[in-house]
Every structure is written in C-alpha cells, then in structure tokens.
Design a protein around this ligand. Structure first.
Ligand SMILES: Nc1ncnc2c1ncn2[C@@H]1O[C@H](COP(=O)(O)OP(=O)(O)OP(=O)(O)O)[C@@H](O)[C@H]1O
Ligand SMILES: [Mg+2]
Length: 241
C-alpha cells in the first residue's frame, strides 16, 4: 500500500546573511491515509518547517517528499499549486482569514481558485459554515467573530475542496481550553466520518493525547514516533532502536 505521504531523509537548510542554518537534519516519516496524529517538539525544533514541506509550501534541500507515491520534486509549480488548493487543507494558529471578506466569502475562496461556479460555492460554503456550528453567521466579518468562531471559519475554509489531508499548525494555540477542545472535536469528527487524514502541530500534551500517534522532533530530528503515551507526551521517551 502506498502511504499518503512519505518523507525520506528530508533535509532543510535556510540560507541567510549569517550563513546556512540546517532546520531539518534528515527526517523520515510516513503517514497512511486516515491517520490522526500530532507533531510535537520545542520552539525552533523544526515543526513548522516540516509542515511547510508536507503542505508543499516549501521544498526539501535534500531527500525526498512523496505525496501519494509521487515525488513532489517532479511536480511543476502549477501542479503543486493545485495539490495545495485541492488536496490539502491548512489551519493556522492565527486563523489567516481575510479581514475584508465575510465568513461565507472566506470559506468560498479556495473554491474560487478551483473554478467552482458561484452558486455552487456559496451553497457549499454555507453548508460548511453550518457544519462547524456557524450557519447563522455567513455575513459576519472576522473582526465580528470570537477567536474560536474565527478558527471554526478557518476549519470550514480548509475543507472547501474536500481535502484528503488536513494540516493544522498550533490550531488551538490562540484559543481557550474549552474552545480548543471544540476545534479538536471537529478534527476528530472529520477524521472518523470522512476519513480525512489529520496532522496537528501542537505543544499541548492534552491535544496530542487526543490523537493516535505522536512524532516528536528536536533539533530537526525525529526522536520519538509512536503512540501518545505519557512518557512520549511529556518528553521522556526516546526512539526505540
Ligand atoms: N526563513 C527562515 N530563515 C532562516 N531560519 C529559519 C527560517 N524559518 C525557520 N528558521 C529556523 O529554523 C528553525 C526551525 O524553525 P520552525 O519555524 O520550523 O520551528 P518550530 O518548531 O515551528 O517552532 P515554534 O514552536 O516556535 O513555532 C528555527 O531555528 C528557526 O529559527
Ligand atoms: Mg512553528
């Protein structure tokens, strides 16, 4: 069986005036369709760098990244853009909604890029808003919504094109505990009901505990990959040799 995604000895270097900084030192991880997992690690350990590569927002300096068996290095910019827009949903810590657009228009935007006709995308955006409990707020601007509501709009937007993969970088970081749990429950429902593969970056052991698999990275290397045991969540576990 082909993994949904596979990183093979992925290295990422950032070039700056101060020289080259190696953020990933050879990361090998594969994710099967339907997984619900967390990536943990201290600040600066390379989590967002890894997510950017998984989401085809950035490319490895060395090593290979395969999405459904295709080495992403062989894809053109246009093919990568299509994969990002249609195959992958993104949820960020700061929501990244467009402030001038209504909730409905924010959710509909990825469907504009993929050429869905207006009436259809508005109907679908409204249904997505309803599915995250915001069916009564289509006209609200982001500034008129609470943090948790904005994050739910962002979740609805991430699902606009029925992605196979949902990537969330600290999706509960800006939310209070109760709202964070609600957003997490939304992810769980998508995973269980629709088979969406979910990868969540989090520093919060409670969030990671709700997943089925934890990958811990430190200094750009994977040092644990396994079930969310207490030892794994609180950082005492090492990779079994
Ligand atoms: N564009 C860049 N140019 C240079 N260095 C970078 C760049 N982006 C990230 N880095 C460095 O790479 C390392 C990993 O950064 P990354 O953003 O992946 O960390 P992170 O694990 O997501 O941290 P956090 O938990 O704080 O979000 C850090 O040391 C960071 O300073
Ligand atoms: Mg980060």
């Amino acid at each position: 069986m082909t993994a949904l995604l596979a990183l093979d000895a992925v290295v990422k270097d950032y070039a700056s005036e101060a020289g080259t900084f190696r953020a990933l030192h050879g990361v090998t991880v594969s994710v099967e369709k339907g997984e619900f997992m967390a990536i943990m690690g201290p600040s600066g350990s390379g989590k967002s760098t890894l997510m950017n590569i998984i989401g085809c927002l950035d490319t490895p300096t060395d090593g290979h990244y395969r999405f459904e068996g295709t080495d992403t290095a062989t894809l053109s910019e246009g093919q990568l853009a299509r994969l990002r827009n249609d195959g992958i949903g993104f949820v960020f810590q700061q929501f990244n909604l467009l402030p001038r657009l209504s909730a409905l228009a924010n959710v509909a935007l990825p469907m504009v890029y993929s050429g869905v006709p207006r009436a259809e995308r508005e109907a679908r955006a409204q249904a997505l808003l309803a599915s995250v409990g915001l069916g009564d707020k289509p006209k609200s601007r982001p500034s008129q919504l609470s943090g948790g509501q904005q994050q739910r709009v962002a979740v609805a937007r991430s699902l606009a094109n029925n992605p196979e993969l949902l990537l969330a970088d600290e999706p509960t970081g800006a939310l209070d505990t109760k709202t964070g749990i609600e957003v997490l429950a939304l992810f769980r429902a998508l995973n269980e009901d629709k088979g969406v593969t979910v990868v969540i970056v989090t520093h919060d052991p409670e969030v990671a505990k709700a997943t089925n698999r934890v990958v811990r990275i430190q200094d750009g290397l994977v040092f644990y990959d396994g079930p969310p045991t207490d030892a794994a969540l609180f950082g005492h576990a090492e990779v079994a040799a």
